[in-house]
Design a protein around this ligand. Structure first.
Ligand SMILES: [Zn+2]
Length: 500
């Protein structure tokens, strides 16, 4: 198990000078420092991250049990690039962004042209992760998009400590629904930081995603910046973090006691800063030494060429747990999915005669037509987006909504979605001979029921768990009784007759 320094209480001022030192002459990925700073600002995130890691470990265990039955499926993650620029150089070309998408797809599917550079002794570990990426074609409003937003900003650089690149009010661009899209922000990140990512569960949802320095996006020749990081591997590395991977040497530098939590990566002491080649032994990891060809090291882009099977399994487990919203995203499909709710959530339980306003909430392409069907309602159908419906009689009713845009349409039915109750607390029949029924209206909850005889003695008590309570009074003698009802409305007493 990987142990992050969850307890580290770092203030921003302390957290970041350390980074500047670490960044001297290497890849300068700010993910660890970013994650620690987020947790310092939002202490609950430490617990959230632990919860995510537990879910991932459970998933991995299930996968090991089911290994022989598992059908390998390919997952496609919808991506949106948000370009922030203060001059033309920063406003990188579509071509550069498309080349980045190509690199991500090649690296994650092990179709990278340099896969052959993986040394023979590490080749058996190299994995096709079966994760792919597509540029979004539908934006969160359901409108067509190129999957690239471009925003001119007054900021000449973005400090990752403040995440302003993700905040429109601070000169950045707001995320698109982070459950449905991988948001990749591109800009002039301060301190020559090449990139950083939020690991699962380590950040606020609206700040979730990957940030890349504009010079590190995509591969040459589309990337014209000529550094050692111009083959698009910064994104491969940062998306690896975003899908839960740690640095291959563990989180502490210069230590053999920490781990990246992945069983098929060698234990490794330091990060690798260059591209020298050969075998480098650390932490007794001979005969083959450090796996500095791994995307989660700090090597130059040209020297990275693999994820391992363990890393692939971990990322897939993250997608099927804490990032599972991506699996049902329609952002790359141009189709529509019907869904709906109520304007006020409490309206699923109403008193007969009351009205409910429904709210269409379809996903994917923007709906242009709605056809509602309301069992038990008035009206029984509607073509409005958010119709108001009255329910005259008690009962449980289904609601059906078909949404359409041109030739694409979808229907959702929710059985028993509306529960209409009597309008007053009702006790019946009275007089009775065998059973007494107590029916509660919406928004009143009867907690306790007591039947008292004419001598003032309690002869029957009950706790209520349902809207309608049945009391068996067959064993009681005829006579006058008093029913004491204790509810969220207070206490009331009804006079009851039992006759035989
Ligand atoms: Zn990193």
């Amino acid at each position: 198990m990987r142990t992050l320094a969850l307890s580290a209480v770092l203030c921003l001022g302390l957290a970041f000078p350390g980074l500047a030192q670490q960044l001297m002459g290497n890849r300068s990925c700010a993910t660890n420092t970013y994650v620690e700073a987020m947790q310092a600002q939002h202490p609950s995130l430490g617990q959230e991250q632990q919860r995510v890691q537990q879910a991932v470990q459970q998933k991995l265990q299930q996968q090991r049990q089911w290994q022989n039955l598992r059908v390998a499926t390919t997952i496609t993650i919808p991506v949106v690039f948000h370009v922030l620029y203060s001059d033309e150089a920063e406003n990188i070309s579509d071509e550069q962004i498309l080349s980045q998408l190509e690199v991500l797809n090649a690296d994650f599917r092990r179709r990278n042209a340099d896969a052959g550079n993986t040394p023979a002794h590490f080749a058996p570990y190299a994995a096709d992760t079966r994760i792919e990426f597509c540029l979004a074609i539908i934006d969160p409003n359901g409108d067509p998009t190129t999957g690239i937003t471009r925003t001119q900003t007054y900021r000449t650089e973005f400090d990752y400590a403040y995440d302003y690149i993700k905040k429109a009010e601070n000169g950045g661009t707001n995320a698109w629904d982070t459950n449905r899209y991988l948001n990749i922000w591109v800009g002039n990140v301060k301190d020559k930081v090449l990139g950083y990512a939020s690991m699962p569960g380590t950040t606020l949802p609206r700040l979730d995603g990957v940030v890349l320095h504009y010079t590190a996006v995509g591969a040459a020749p589309a990337n014209k910046f000529g550094s050692e990081y111009n083959l698009g591997r910064t994104a491969t590395h940062e998306v690896g973090h975003w899908l839960g991977l740690s640095h291959i040497w563990g989180d502490d530098d210069a230590s053999c006691s920490d781990s990246d939590g992945i069983s098929d990566t060698p234990n490794q002491k330091y990060y690798t800063t260059d591209c020298e080649g050969g075998i480098r032994i650390s932490c007794d990891n001979g005969p083959y030494g450090d796996m500095y060809q791994n995307y989660m090291d700090y090597s130059f882009d040209a020297c990275m060429n693999l994820f391992t099977h363990g890393q692939a399994a971990y990322m897939n487990a993250v997608i099927s747990t804490s990032r599972s919203g991506l699996l049902s995203s329609l952002a790359c499909s141009a189709s529509i999915r019907s869904d709906f709710g109520m304007v006020r959530e409490a309206d699923s339980l109403v008193v007969a005669g009351e009205s409910i306003q429904f709210a269409a909430a379809s996903e994917g392409v923007r709906a242009t037509e709605w056809l509602w069907e309301f069992e038990g309602g008035v009206p029984t159908t509607s073509t409005q987006e958010n119709p108001v419906v009255t329910y005259p009689r008690p009962g449980k009713y289904s609601v059906k909504l078909t949404v359409r845009n041109g030739s694409t349409s979808d229907t959702e039915v929710k059985e028993g979605f509306v529960h209409v109750t009597v309008s007053d607390l009702t006790v019946f029949p009275n007089p009775t001979s065998d059973y007494l029924y107590i029916e509660q209206p919406a928004r009143i909850r009867v907690r306790h029921v007591e039947l008292i005889n004419s001598l003032g003695k309690t002869v029957l008590t009950a706790e209520t768990r349902h809207r309608t309570l049945q009391l068996d009074v067959q064993h009681l003698p005829s006579g006058v009784y008093f029913l004491r009802l204790t509810s969220t409305n207070g206490t009331e007493i009804r006079r009851i007759s039992i006759v035989r």
